[in-house]
Design a protein. Structure first.
Length: 108
């Protein structure tokens, strides 16, 4: 096989690899990240059943019904980088800064 055919074949293989990564990347990013311009922090696939039960029993929601009581204003919230889900010391899993749950408590 000529060198130019091998070169074209390698180039095509690399292009398909890059294309495949570009197609897969959004599905990975939406696990916790921006989805359609809005931050989504609903991926609870890594939680144990008991952790998920606490999250649900405390009625965690992605968007607080009260702008003055959001996760970012809660003492249990730890922010991540801009545009990323944060964490909470009492509710496991990704936490939306605009979210809310029944355990909300104002920062000191
Ligand atoms: Fe958000 Fe509830 Fe955690 Fe406070 S306790 S950061 S309101 S999930």
């Amino acid at each position: 096989m000529s060198e130019s055919k091998m070169g074209r074949r390698d180039a095509a293989r690399r292009a398909l690899t890059v294309l495949g990564a570009a197609v897969l990347a959004p599905s990975v990013l939406t696990a916790c990240g921006e989805e359609g311009g809005a931050l989504s922090c609903n991926d609870t696939s890594g939680l144990q059943p008991a952790q998920l039960a606490v999250r649900q029993s405390q009625n965690y929601v992605e968007a607080s019904p009260n702008a003055e009581q959001t996760c970012v204003l809660c003492r249990f919230y730890t922010a991540a980088a801009a545009g990323q889900c944060g964490t909470c010391s009492v509710i496991q899993g990704p936490i939306n800064p605009a979210g809310y749950c029944a355990l909300w408590a104002a920062t000191a």
